[in-house]
Design a protein around this ligand. Structure first.
Ligand SMILES: C[S@@+](CC[C@H](N)C(=O)[O-])C[C@H]1O[C@@H](n2cnc3c(N)ncnc32)[C@H](O)[C@@H]1O
Length: 278
């Protein structure tokens, strides 16, 4: 697919503006944010309204959050800036951008409230045209936007360009499009986002997007255990918790034994690495 036109990007940005108009800024601390990163099976929908678990923790581990202090990180399509603020709270200098003006307004306010405004620079811009110099970033992070930017080949090239030699771009995403059981759920969840763009990803898409980088690693999370997202409040019931825990144990065993099942998982983390300079 050719790069989407400026008009298409602008109309998608205003669709997101309308969605983010109802979002509020938050004051995050490292502890409050990390308490929402509990293991998937241990968590309830949080005060901040999102349900991420093992895969997001894993993505941060790949980024090296324990030693990220004074590294420069790019948060691509940052939305309202939850990860931006968290990475800054961990000591990184963060550049974050999104095409939605409204998202960036909320993100800036959250950075102010969280006391990290001096470590973060926000920009309203298109992921396909980045104003940063080559090799500006130690790492790139992107949560829940690969399914939108996947069709922008220019975006992958831009991200590889602004990433330092040997640097890693880490993408955290929802389920791939291979699982037929998830199709109705995806449709239901995404029905209010149809004008925002985006589509279900395939393993082939992930590899194709990785062409400008040196290598691609795909990590899969939650197969049977992803049924938790359907159970809502019921998943707090002790015997359902026990059943889900059993599912998680089976998931580990099955995914190790039958790798072909991995593509049906509920979450995916993709890590693209730039070649080290010679
Ligand atoms: C599903 S949201 C994810 C936001 C955030 N990363 C998070 O996890 O909360 C996708 C984001 O991608 C942004 N986006 C979509 N296309 C973009 C583009 N071409 N350039 C920059 N941002 C874009 C949208 O405005 C939206 O904020």
């Amino acid at each position: 697919m050719t790069a989407p036109t400026h008009q298409l990007i602008a109309s998608r940005a205003s669709a997101y503006d309308a969605i983010y108009a109802h979002w509020r800024s938050h004051r995050f601390t490292r502890e409050s944010y990390e308490s929402n990163l509990a293991f998937f099976l241990d968590m309830d929908a949080s005060a901040h309204g999102y349900l991420n678990g093992d895969e997001l923790r894993f993505a941060y581990e790949l980024l090296g959050t324990d030693s990220i202090s004074d590294k420069t990180v790019l948060d691509c399509c940052c939305g309202t800036g939850k990860s931006t603020v968290y990475l800054a709270l961990r000591g990184a200098r963060v550049h974050a951008f999104d095409s939605s003006r409204q998202a960036i307004a909320v993100a800036k306010e959250s950075a102010d409230l969280s006391g990290v405004a001096d470590r973060v620079q926000f920009a309203v811009q298109d992921a396909q045209y980045l104003p940063y110099a080559d090799g500006s970033f130690d790492a790139v992070f992107c949560q829940s936007a690969l399914h939108i930017v996947i069709d922008y080949p220019r975006c992958a090239r831009e991200l590889a360009r602004v990433l330092k030699p040997g640097g890693m771009a880490v993408f955290c995403e929802e389920a791939l499009g291979h699982n037929p059981l998830l199709k109705p759920i995806r449709w239901y969840r995404r029905r209010k986002y149809v004008t925002c763009g985006g589509r279900a990803l395939t393993c082939q898409d992930l590899r194709r997007f990785g062409a400008p980088f040196q290598n691609v690693c795909i990590y899969h999370f939650n197969l049977l255990a992803q049924s938790k997202t359907l159970l809502g409040g019921l998943s707090r019931h002790p015997w359902i918790k026990t059943a889900l825990r059993r599912c998680a144990a089976w998931d580990k065993a099955m995914l190790a034994r039958w790798p072909a099942l991995r593509r049906y998982c509920g979450k995916v983390v993709v890590a693209y690495r730039n070649p080290c300079s010679s």
